[in-house]
Design a protein around this ligand. Sequence first.
Ligand SMILES: [Zn+2]
Length: 173
Amino acid sequence: MTQELETYFNNYFAMFRSEGWKQLISDLQSNVGQINSVEMTTDNDNLNFRKGQLAILATILNLETQIDNAHAEAESGEDTEEALDELFDFRCPCGQLFEDLVKSDVTTSRCSCGLDAKRVISPVRSNLEGISGDFPDAHDKWVKERATHGIRTKANLLENLHTKHLHNTKVRS
Ligand SMILES: [Zn+2]
């Protein structure tokens, strides 16, 4: 994770720990009950207005969970990348050139002749790394986008549930 992404998450975590945030969440939770009320809904416009309010509230109420998930994803993504073996070329003093699947920090491999072969970076391999290799900034951007997309998805889901609830109650009454 880059410094920028770590700061991004830490800013949120600091806010979630603050008393003001806990207060806000508890206030908003009691607001949800009032807004999601059939008795208080006067007409169709008012119903749509309430749906919008609930969607925004759901986004805020779920923010901590969404950020936690995105943070975990960012960390686990890093572990996977570190654990992955990559294919490298090795050249032995005996003249043999061969490929071996090793961790990215391994620079020697045992040749079949018994000597230690040194890792070589071929021009082709370097190009490939340019395409599929480490772009920490791009990865961080992806994690951030996933985080905000997740928030939207969850909000939409909740909105649908509330809509359904309001609709069902309305039909019955
Ligand atoms: Zn050899």
